[in-house]
Design a protein around this ligand. Structure first.
Ligand code: FES
Ligand code: FES
Length: 164
């Protein structure tokens, strides 16, 4: 039986078992490979995507349970050559080393600034601390989120296509 998922503003029909992890469906069925497999157990956050604007661990989310919800992945953030303010801030602050954690960090940050338009530094640290960066670029990541907040983040993680 097909699952109908609303991904990045488009309805996608997928012939995947409903209990398949959303991460696998995104990567293997829909070829959206920005979200990464890290631990597969909900600890590292490498698989973070947005569901109805909230940061969610897609390795722990059964695809069938999010049918009808708005799923947003890193692939939906930029508009042509224009990066999302959070992406631009990560670039400006060079807030990555190997880059493996970066898509998930950015999605977590988009969710954070969606919940709190002007988070304090302490709120940023707290909001991002569930995402692990093995390269230890945390100070730059925090600086990037602060930069994005200062620049303004108009679409603020509220779901696909809200900034169109
Ligand atoms: S891969 Fe999902 S939390 Fe680590
Ligand atoms: S930049 Fe390498 S894991 Fe974060």
């Amino acid at each position: 039986m097909a699952i109908v998922l609303h991904v990045n503003g488009v309805e996608r029909r997928v012939d995947a078992p409903p209990d398949e992890p959303l991460l696998n469906v995104l990567r293997d069925w829909l070829e959206l490979r920005g979200a990464k497999y890290g631990c597969g157990e909900g600890h590292c956050g490498a698989c973070t995507v947005l569901i109805d604007g909230m940061a969610v661990r897609s390795c722990q989310t059964r695809a069938g349970l999010v049918a009808g919800k708005r799923i947003r992945t890193i692939e939906d953030l930029s508009r042509g050559d224009r990066l999302h303010p959070v992406q631009q801030a990560f670039l400006d602050e060079e807030a990555f080393q190997c880059g493996y954690c970066t898509p998930a960090m950015i999605m977590a940050a988009v969710a954070l600034v969606g919940e709190r338009t002007t988070p304090s530094r302490a709120e940023i640290v707290k909001g991002m601390q569930r995402n692990i960066c093995r390269c230890g670029t945390y100070p730059r990541i925090v600086a990037a989120v602060e930069r994005a907040v200062a620049a303004g983040t108009s679409d603020a993680g509220r779901g696909a296509r809200d900034d169109d």
